[in-house]
Design a protein around this ligand. Structure first.
Ligand code: ZN
Length: 127
């Protein structure tokens, strides 16, 4: 799926507004689990290294339940930062209402990036 299709798919789930500031329309999206974290987990798993026997969670770069539609300005702010520090509690609740409808792991129930990452790899994992 290309990025334009992904954005319209995300807007059909969350609505047209930016899901961080909720003031303007979303014209791009962010990864809830930052791409660098996803890549780091993938690379660690590739190394056949005794220190890292345990597999880390792996998810696809553009896995739909890891994406959130936002405006350009909020996308810049989110770069390298924790969504739990960036998104207001009220807005997290709004987002979770939609995630619940779609059976996606809920952000507040996960509580942190690490747990959310783990929940996103297992679709059958109900909180
Ligand atoms: Zn915004």
């Amino acid at each position: 799926m290309n990025k334009v299709n992904l954005l319209s798919e995300l807007q059909s789930i969350y609505g047209a507004q930016c899901q961080i500031c909720n003031r303007v329309g979303a014209n791009t999206f962010i990864s809830l689990i930052p791409l660098q974290v996803i890549r780091y987990a993938r690379n660690l798993n590739k190394r056949k290294n005794r220190r890292h026997k345990r597999k880390l969670p792996e998810i696809a770069n553009y896995q739909i339940n890891n994406l959130l539609p936002v405006c350009n300005q909020c996308q810049v702010k989110q770069f390298n930062s924790d969504i739990y520090k960036l998104i207001s509690l009220h807005q997290l609740e709004v987002i979770d209402k939609q995630r619940q409808k779609h059976g996606y792991p809920e952000l507040l129930a996960a509580g942190n990036i690490r747990t959310l990452h783990r929940l996103l790899i297992n679709k059958d994992n109900h909180i």
